[in-house]
Design a protein around this ligand. Sequence first.
Ligand code: ACO
Length: 338
Amino acid sequence: MRYGKITGWGKYVPEKVMNNADFAALIDTSDDWIVQRTGIRRRHVAAETDQCSTMATEAGKRALAQAGLAPADLDLIIVATSSPDFMTPPVSSQVQAQLGAHHVGAFTMSVACPGFVYALITANQFIASGALRNILVIGVELITRMLDWEDRNTAVLFGDGAGAVVLQAADEVCGVRSFVMGSDGEGYEHIIHPSGGTACPPTAERLANREGYIKMNGREVFKFASRKMPEAVIEVVHKAGLTLDDLDLLIPHQANARIIEAAAHMAKLPPEKVFMNVHEYGNTSAASVPIAFCEAIEAGRVHRGDVLCMVAFGAGLTWASAVVQMGKDVPGLPERGS
Ligand code: ACO
C-alpha cells in the first residue's frame, strides 16, 4: 500500500484588496451588514494581468519549490476550478505548459467550491493504486470576473486566488485516510452561472438580462451548507476509524463565518481546532481550502503527523470532506509541542 504524502504547498493571492467600504460606495450595502452576516472584511481581486491559469501556475510553482521537486518530476497535474480562462481548452493544459512540465498528463475538475477536495481525493487514488508517484493538485478561482457588481447578493461574497499541494508516494501511513463525496443535483439552480455554458449561450438579450453572471439563492445555500458541513465532517472522521477528539485541525471551506461556526459547534470542535481566514479572502471557491491550508501552516497550526479534516460545499449542490494525515518527517512543518 502506498500513501499520498503532502510534501509541498503554496498559494498565490492577488495584491489588490477590496474592503467592505469599497462596496458600500457602489451598492446598497454596509461594512456592518457584510461583517455580521458573513465575517468577510476584505477580499483579494485579480489584476488585469492575472488569469486563472497564471494564478494556478504561480501557486503550483511555490508548492513544487516547497516539495523540492522540478516540473519534470510530475506524473500528473489536476486543476480544480469553475472559472477557467476558456470553456475549452482545459486550463490544466495551460498550467502544464506555463509550468514547463513537458507533456505530463493534466486535467481540470469542475466541482465548484469542493473541487480541490475532490481533486485531492482523486490524486490520492492514483498514488494508492501504485500508478503514479508525484501529483500536483491546484484549486484556483478568478470568480470576480463572473460577478454582477450591481448584485449585492453575490458581489460582496467572493474573492480570487489559488492554492496548491504536491502529493508524493510514501510508505508511511499518511495522506487521505478517508473521504466523503456528495452531490444533490436537485439543487442545481441555487448557485448558477446561467449563460456560461451551452444550455443558454450568451445572446445579447441574455447578457442584457444579466444572465452572464453568477446568481445565488443565498438562503437555500446557507441552510444546505449549515446541515451538510457538520454531517460531512462527522461521517468522514468515523470512516477513518477516528473520533472528533482525534482531529488536530478542521480546514473548512471559507464561505461564511456563521456556517463554519455552526459546523464547528455541531461537530463539538473548539475554536482552536478550526481554521478561519474568511475575513481576509471571502469565498474563493475551489481555492478556499488550499489557501486556508497554506495559511494554517504559515500560522504554525499544522504539525508533523497531524490529523486534519478538509470539508467544502458548493454549487451543484456538492460537498466533500477528507481526513488528511500529515507525514512524520515533512520539511517545513514543526513537531507538535516544539
Ligand atoms: N448588503 C445588505 N443587504 C443584503 C446584502 C448585502 N450585501 N445581500 C443581501 N442583502 C439583503 C437581502 O436582500 C435580504 O433583504 P430582504 O429581506 O429585503 O429580501 C436581507 O439582506 C436578508 O437576506 P438573507 O438571505 O436572509 O441573509 P442571510 O443572513 O441569509 O445572509 C448570505 C445572506 C450571506 C448570502 C447567506 O445566505 C450565505 O452566506 N449563504 C451561503 C452562500 C454560500 O456559502 N455560497 C457558497 C457556495 S458558492 C459556489 O459554490 C461558487
